[in-house]
Design a protein around this ligand. Sequence first.
Ligand code: BG6
Length: 483
Amino acid sequence: MTFSNDFMWGGATAANQVEGAWNVGGKGPSTQDHIAQGSREVIRKYTENIEEGIIYPSHEAVDFYHHYKEDIAMFAEMGFKIYRMSIAWTRIFPNGDDAEPNKEGIEFYRSVFQELKKYGIEPLVTLSHYEMPYNLAIKYDGWADRKCIDFYLKYSETVFREYKGLVKYWLTFNEINSLSLSTGGYFNGGIMSIAGGFGPMEYPNETAEHISRRYTALHHQFIASAKAVNLAHEIDSNYQVGCMIAGLTSYPYTPNPDDMLAAQKQKREQLFFAGDIHVKGEYPYYMKRYFKENGINITMESGDADVLKSGTVDFFTFSYYSTGCISTDPEAEKTGGNLIFGVKNPYLDTSDWGWQIDPKGLRYFLNEFYDRYRLPIIITENGLGADDTLEADGSVHDPYRIEYMRQHFQQMEEAIKDGVDLIGYTAWGCIDIVSLSTGEMKKRYGMIYVDKDEKGNGSLKRYRKDSFYWYKKVIESNGEDLS
Ligand code: BG6
């Protein structure tokens, strides 16, 4: 057997993409609750007020809030050992700076964790998955203000204490390295001052001041993460706290040394930078030149270096969907993605949304990460976004998803044989959820189909796709049967 007996097979979602009930049970509005639906062609827009006639995908999502028992039962039926989910900060502290937590929110997640425990499914909890209380974004300009570190720690401490004994694995921030991109201010930190605040989530023309602000926000997240790691260990020595890095993975487009250097630079600045801090506990040497040349000044306080050094993570996780190429040729044809758009690789096929499919790249990057960090690894996101069809008899035939997963699992096997300490895999959007980049419902990743369309119509009824039965078989055989 290649996969160890305790390999953690499972699935993953995020609160704002799955829960709905955005203003129920004392929950406050989050930054995601202000982001309108878009499409592959129309960029999602951030609105200051909740406007009539606009669809905000997070408001209902797929209503996990009211369906969690049914959904968890289906995860259990597939044989999940682990379920990655996030807590909506705004269910616990509706405004982020409240004096007391919201009891109803605390009880909701307690029930979810108890339900998971009933089936022996281990939760893997992301504290902040691309959202924060809207109030913090508006009043403090989000993570650009150092005060958010304390708000985040108060929230973290609350959940670390409340869920002791129910949760073991935590992740501090989803895809923290997204803040090394100009789009990151929207998705990740709710930093309104970047690119003029509200409007479409496109690549803004940032000034040097904006860029400094973005990296300062990221620095605050690194400090918050390191402090949360220490806090978690103090509260429960069994807690394991990891980081989560967006797999912004790429190859040089040609062996031209200029392309090689450009690819190395992209990987360091956008892929490795955040992981290097989380795992090694200090800013990597190569960022000094980048900061200097881009006029980036981060406000570091005395003691920050020690905090980073002390709060390194216990395990490493990343998302992996596709790879791109890096070229110095400005004319080179671009490929699709949600955070970065590399150059098209002539050897790879693409998904319906233009994302390049690269199973072997997963083996390659698992080795790259393990080489660099030597920590146990969990792949916390991977999957294929596709427009599935629900047949009249309630079946959904998704051979393309099965093929995508099969090929990625084969490469995971190879990586394990290479010696990588891969301990888990959580398929992204194991149940259909709304897409982050487009806000669409029809971009489905799930093995469970949810009856809901683009306009929000549908019964919200759940159906098992063909991939549901296939994944069940894979888990049952612990990865031996991929047929
Ligand atoms: C990751 C995010 O970047 O990609 C998820 O962490 C997101 O929240 C996933 O859903 C897939 O992207 P998309 O845009 O297809 O939903």
